[in-house]
Design a protein. Structure first.
Length: 286
């Protein structure tokens, strides 16, 4: 067999084995590499190169070595799941960098992190003053997570005592000009509804790059032609306007009647509707 053909065959074999072993190790091997996993990735890659190019050595020994490395890594991951001590040894512990607005200089030195690097990491979290930080910790992965002080945290409906209903994830119903029937069925809709919504927007299905339906049943589309501007759905705004019109009508009815009993009824209904509008307004204006 010619050398170039043997190298091509070995390379294809190494790629297949490497892909299978990487799948076996799981997604964490790619997204959150620990120090040991980082070393494992480099070593397995080097062994794959050895299997591909070293024509003088026995090539299958490289596959044996790769299998041993993967087996050791799987064993380490199993031990990490069962023992916190093993996790602390292999992944190390999280390190507190800021506490109560005070930078922990000794911990910075321990992690070999300069003040400039710390401030850079804080700025990536949209924090520009260390004094605004209640708690900052460096995770074993190297990421820095930040908890702001109470007065610097963003205002949420919970802070205002407002309860909001859970929102379902948007469903992608059109992709690359093709209708996705399964997401449509998931939210209880069909192609006839989708065709009617597209007709309202004045858009043909083949011109839609991406179409999504939110939890309120509103369709948002992105077209292949970025120069064309599609009007945003106005169902929520129309509903809010209708509720306000009903409230105004009740007030007008209360003013137009001379019967006190009927007048009180209209005004009571108007007040109740006003309360309903105040409760649903955050949902209809976002």
């Amino acid at each position: 067999m010619p050398e170039w053909l043997e190298i091509a065959w070995r390379t294809l074999l190494a790629v297949a084995v490497l892909f299978a072993m990487t799948k076996l190790l799981g997604k964490r091997q790619v997204s959150q590499l620990s120090l040991f996993e980082y070393i494992t990735g480099i070593t397995i890659g080097s062994l794959a190169a050895y299997v591909s190019l070293d024509l003088e050595a026995t090539w299958y020994l490289g596959l044996v070595s790769m299998a041993v490395w993967v087996g050791v890594t799987l064993g380490m991951e199993f031990l990490q799941l069962k023992s916190k001590t093993v996790r602390d040894i292999l992944d190390s512990k999280a390190t507190v960098l800021i506490k109560d607005g005070k930078i922990m200089e000794d911990n910075l030195k321990k992690e070999r992190l300069t003040t400039d690097e710390l401030m850079e990491q804080l700025r990536t979290k949209k924090v520009f003053k260390a004094a605004d930080v209640e708690f900052a910790v460096m995770e074993p992965s190297g990421d820095i997570n930040v908890l702001l002080t109470k007065e610097n945290q963003p205002l949420t409906p919970k802070h205002l005592g407002i309860k909001v209903s859970p929102e379902q994830e948007p469903q992608t119903v059109i992709m690359d000009g093709q209708i996705m029937d399964e997401p449509l069925a998931t939210i209880g809709l069909n192609r006839e509804w989708l065709d009617a919504e597209l007709e309202k927007l004045g858009v043909a299905i083949e011109n839609v790059f991406l179409g999504q339906v939110d939890s309120y049943g509103q369709l948002y589309v992105d077209l292949f032609d970025d120069q064309i501007k599609v009007p945003e759905p106005q169902k929520k705004a129309a509903l809010l306007a209708t509720l306000k019109k009903c409230e105004a009508d009740l007030e007008m009815f209360a003013l137009s009647t001379k019967q006190q009993k009927v007048k009180r009824m209209y005004r009571e209904c108007s007040k109740n509707l006003e309360k309903v509008i105040d409760e649903v307004k955050p949902l209809l204006t976002r």
